[in-house]
Structure formats: structure tokens, C-alpha cells
Design a binder for this molecule. Structure first.
Ligand SMILES: Cc1cc2nc3c(=O)[nH]c(=O)nc-3n(C[C@H](O)[C@H](O)[C@H](O)COP(=O)(O)OP(=O)(O)OC[C@H]3O[C@@H](n4cnc5c(N)ncnc54)[C@H](O)[C@@H]3O)c2cc1C
Length: 380
């Protein structure tokens, strides 16, 4: 057992960190305030290969692994959680469905441009009446010769404002419950798709997150992933992997906030001394760093299990449950360490505190994580 990163990964971590600090950090505040993600930044990240890290070079991906991907997620989220989720939804939700369930032809046609940096993907599962209970899908896909006609509405689809490729889940058999759900790769330009304006949000405000209306959207039958009825399994599998990325995003938000707080307490003087000199400050920082390190190790454990093709579902749920709580606890404590300045928009910790909240909600709420973990423990 080795808790140290391999040399290859230390080099990658350094690359991600330098990019995040020089290219992402300077834009984070403005992107949050304007609630708009920089398309120029997306192009730069695509060029650097950040949109295909764990995918095979055979398809134009980075040929690295899930561990490398979580390092990227942490470094980006340290400075901007919106960047983290933009990469995460594309990588762990959209691309993974095609990588793990697509035919060779589908991978060449759809996965390649996504992982080689030409296209952006999104994942449309959640509907107004199907959130935690994703089995309650109401969107339908009706077979008509060599294509399907999709009708319905999705909500909270991240990246949908600029994505080129959607993974859409829809009922092909209304009577069959979860076994009636199928998954489709849908080109964003297909007539009948209407993407709303960004949904106004508390945090990760720079990320694109919209409602998606699907009206008589004609999708070639060859774009269906696997057989009819296998969509629910595809969605649940993608979410298992996605949760490792959200765990890493949470660790990044927490470490980013703590790094800002450490720099601040060394500078800020009260009672004639830097506030870092007070034992309360030092002990608080020690507690917070300990929590972050524990969360990071849980994320790495889940990433290594996925890389080793072991069963990682409960490990992913545990790392997301724990790391998201840590992100919320740490960012709240960091705002406190900044005092009134933490509450102001002058410093990034207020944004980080707002951004942290979503990690307890998306890709399965904390309550859903507890269902997954207790389910794996077979408690009767
Ligand atoms: C910013 C953002 C980005 C998102 N991105 C995407 C995306 O890209 N693609 C996508 O498909 N979806 C996305 N989502 C949707 C997200 O995954 C859902 O919001 C989430 O799964 C919760 O569903 P819900 O909002 O309908 O809440 P609900 O399911 O209505 O839950 C409300 C509350 O009830 C609790 N609850 C529900 N059922 C139970 C139960 N059985 N036992 C105990 N408690 C329960 C929940 O834990 C929660 O606290 C995103 C959401 C947001 C806000």
C-alpha cells in the first residue's frame, strides 16, 4: 500500500496546477459575477487535453487514468468549481457512457471528437418530476423505422448551453419501469431541441446549466447505446464514476478556500499580531487540513478502485458524501477566518462557500449516497 502519488501523476498534477493558477484563477471572479463561462478558456483546456484525460489514445484521449483525472478536478476546483463541473460532466457523465457502452463505430464517431478536444458533451437525465428517483422518467422515445422520435423535458443539464453532444435518457417502454429506459447519443443541432437560458443559481454560477425541451427530436436508431431498456443501468454506472469527480471537486473547493485563508491570516493583524499567531486560528487550520486530507485519500481510493476495474460504487458514494460535507464545513470556517472580509466579495472564499453547497446535491444527494452505501452493506 502506498499513499504517495506516482511520479507520472506528480508531473501531471503540477501541469494542472500551473494551468489552473495562471489561466483559470484570473477569470473565476468575473465568470461568477457575469454567470457566463469563457468559451476561450474551454478551447484552451481542450487544446491541453483536459477534456479527455482518462480515455484511450486510440480515440484521441489522454491515455491517462481516473487518478490523473481527479488530480485535474482538484486543481481546477481549487480556483474555480465551475471549471471543475464543466470538465466533470463532459468527462465522467457524457464520455463515459459512450466509452463504456458504445460500439466501436459509436466511439469513433462520437467519443473521438469529445475526447480529442473538438466537442463538449452533456448528460440529460434529470427531469422536473424525476430527480433523486431517476426511474420516474417521462421523456419518451418512440421507434419509427430507422429512427426514434424523442419528446419530453429535462432540467438542470450542465454544459447544455454550449454542448455539441447530449446523452439523453428516455422511455422506450412506458410499462417496463427502469427496464423501459433507453440511452441515446443526440447531436445538439438536431431540430426540436430548445435549450433555455441559464437557470439562476446560488453557486457554480459560471457553469452552463439549463432546461432542455425535446420536441419531436428525430434520432437515428444507430445512436442508441446498447439495447432498448439498458439506459437506466448506463445512467447509474455513469453517476457512480461521476461521484468520484464530485468528490475531487469538493476536495479542491475546500483546499482552495483553506489556502486562501492561510495566506490571509498571516497578513491580517489584530491585537498587534497576525491573527495566525492565535492558537485558535492554528488549531482551526489544523482541523480543516486534516479533514481535507482524509477526503482526498477517500477520493484517491475510489479512483484507484475504478482504475483497477474493482467494484467502486460504494467507495465513490462514500468519498462524495464525506468530501462534500468537508467542502461545506471548510468553506464556512474559512469565511469565518476572514471575518467581515470573508463575507465581502473582495475575496474568493464567499464564492467558494456558495459553490460548495451543490456538491451535496448533484449526481445524487447526500441522502441518496447514504442509500447507496447502506445498500452495499446489506443491512437488514
Ligand atoms: C447545478 C446543478 C447541476 C446539475 N447537473 C445535472 C446534469 O448535468 N444532468 C442531470 O441529469 N442532472 C443534473 N442535476 C440534477 C441533480 O442531479 C438533481 O438536482 C439531484 O439528483 C436531486 O434531484 P432533485 O433536485 O429533483 O431533488 P429531489 O429528488 O426532489 O430531492 C429533494 C430532497 O429530498 C430528498 N429525498 C428524495 N428522495 C429521498 C428518499 N427516498 N429518502 C430520503 N430523502 C430523499 C433529497 O435527498 C433532497 O434532500 C443538476 C442539478 C443542479 C442543481
Amino acid at each position: 500500500m502506498d499513499f504517495k502519488l506516482p511520479k507520472t501523476h506528480i508531473l501531471l498534477q503540477d501541469l494542472y496546477r500551473k494551468f489552473a493558477q495562471t489561466e483559470v484563477k484570473p477569470l473565476a471572479r468575473e465568470m461568477d459575477e457575469t454567470e457566463t463561462y469563457s468559451m476561450e478558456l474551454i478551447k484552451k483546456m481542450q487544446k491541453c487535453g483536459f477534456f479527455g484525460i482518462p480515455y484511450s489514445k486510440k480515440y484521441g484521449g489522454g491515455g491517462a487514468d481516473v487518478l490523473a483525472y481527479v488530480l485535474c478536478m482538484e486543481e481546477m476546483s481549487k480556483v474555480d468549481a465551475s471549471t471543475g463541473i464543466t470538465i466533470s460532466v463532459h468527462t465522467s457523465l457524457c464520455c463515459s457512457c459512450i466509452n463504456e457502452y458504445g460500439t466501436e463505430e459509436q466511439k469513433q464517431k462520437f467519443l473521438r471528437p469529445l475526447v480529442d478536444g473538438h466537442k463538449v458533451g452533456c448528460f440529460s437525465l434529470t427531469e422536473p418530476n424525476a430527480g433523486s428517483d431517476a426511474s420516474g422518467q417521462q421523456t419518451t422515445a418512440v421507434r419509427d423505422g430507422d429512427h426514434y422520435v424523442i419528446n419530453g423535458s429535462k432540467v438542470f443539464t450542465t454544459n447544455s448551453g454550449f454542448a455539441d453532444t447530449f446523452i439523453v435518457f428516455a422511455l422506450t417502454d412506458k410499462a417496463a419501469g427502469t427496464e423501459g429506459i433507453s440511452a441515446f447519443i443526440v447531436d445538439a443541432k438536431t431540430p426540436g431541441i430548445t435549450v433555455s437560458a441559464n437557470i439562476p443559481r446560488m453557486g457554480i454560477r459560471a457553469a452552463s446549466n439549463c432546461e432542455v425541451a425535446l420536441q419531436n427530436v428525430c434520432v437515428p436508431a444507430e445512436n442508441r447505446l446498447r439495447k432498448e431498456g439498458e439506459g437506466f443501468e448506463i445512467a447509474m454506472n455513469a453517476l457512480d464514476g461521476g461521484r468520484i469527480g464530485i468528490g475531487a471537486q469538493s476536495v479542491g473547493i475546500a483546499q482552495g478556500a483553506l489556502d486562501e485563508a492561510i495566506a490571509y491570516v498571516k497578513e491580517r493583524k489584530q491585537f498587534g499580531r497576525p491573527i495566525a499567531a492565535f492558537q485558535n486560528t492554528k488549531f482551526k487550520i489544523a482541523e480543516l487540513q486534516t479533514k481535507i486530507d482524509a477526503a482526498r485519500l477517500m477520493v484517491w481510493r475510489a479512483a484507484l478502485a475504478k482504475d483497477a476495474h474493482e467494484d467502486y460504487s460504494a467507495l465513490a458514494a462514500m468519498c462524495k458524501l464525506f468530501a462534500s460535507e468537508v467542502a461545506n464545513d471548510v468553506t464556512r470556517a474559512c469565511v469565518q477566518l476572514f471575518g467581515g472580509y470573508g463575507f465581502s466579495r473582495e475575496y474568493p472564499v464567499e464564492r467558494m462557500m456558495r459553490d460548495a453547497k451543490i456538491t451535496e446535491i448533484y449526481e445524487g444527494t447526500s441522502e441518496v449516497m447514504k442509500m447507496v452505501i447502506s445498500g452495499s452493506m446489506k443491512i437488514r
